[in-house]
Design a protein around this ligand. Structure first.
Ligand code: SAM
Length: 213
């Protein structure tokens, strides 16, 4: 996500530790204590400005959500949404998702959302795609048994690549849509990128995959 650099963003994130968790490595394995309940935890890696995770948290108060975004100038917009209308079941992490296992233990997470992840179309950048096998291993290491990944994108190449990657990893394909906005899928919550691309007439692809025990 390209955005103007906001030099004040980091300070603002630090001012709201109740929403942007500081030192998340100290909470590894104890996220239920952080949320003060035993509800399941769903995370989004690359949450951007947070429209999706905020909408999900608002619609599903019985699920805890964490939006993960490495760019402070971007995640600060997600923070603004929470400041304006706080939700007890939503927190943010300003971290690099490449190191998820430092912050989450096995079984901490029930579902991973990936929305409009950077496609990294060049073959030499394959390892950076959030659906590359090393990331699938990373998610497996923090998910419950039979945990799920829910993935949306406008990028056909990334979608096809990801379906192959999921399949080669042994994940079960539970749902697939090649045109989400013209399907009968209900209660879709749109991301910022989804709004932008679909308003230009681009198709949205979506799938749900599950780890097998
Ligand atoms: N999901 C949002 C949406 O659909 O509107 C944002 C999509 S944007 C193309 C991808 C976002 O993922 C960027 O904001 C980028 O900084 C973030 N991102 C990419 N790799 C990441 C990583 N390893 N850890 C955390 N965030 C990451």
């Amino acid at each position: 996500m390209r955005l103007r650099h906001k030099p004040w963003a980091k300070d603002k994130l630090l001012q709201y530790p109740q929403y942007v968790v500081q030192n998340p490595e100290t909470i590894k394995g104890k996220w239920n204590e952080e949320f003060q309940n035993d509800h399941p935890l769903h995370i989004e890696v690359g949450t951007g400005k947070g429209q999706f995770i905020y909408g999900m948290a608002k619609a599903n108060p019985e699920i805890n959500y964490i939006g993960i975004e490495m760019q402070d100038s971007v995640i600060v917009s997600a923070l603004d949404k929470i400041i304006e209308d706080p939700l007890p079941n939503l927190k943010l992490l300003n971290i690099d998702g490449t190191n998820l296992q430092e912050y989450f233990a096995k079984d901490d997470v029930e579902r991973v959302y990936l929305n409009f992840s950077d496609p990294w179309p060049k073959k030499r950048h394959e390892k950076r795609r959030l659906t590359y096998k090393t990331f699938l291993k990373l998610y497996e290491d923090i998910l419950v048994d039979n945990g799920e990944i829910h993935f949306k994108t406008d990028n056909q190449g990334l979608f096809e690549y990801s379906l192959r990657s999921f399949s080669e990893y042994g994940l079960l394909l539970k749902f697939v849509s090649l045109d989400l906005h013209n399907s009968d899928f209900e209660n879709n919550i749109m991301t910022e990128y989804e709004e932008k691309f679909s308003s230009r007439g681009q198709r949205i692809y979506r799938c749900e995959v599950q780890y097998q025990t």
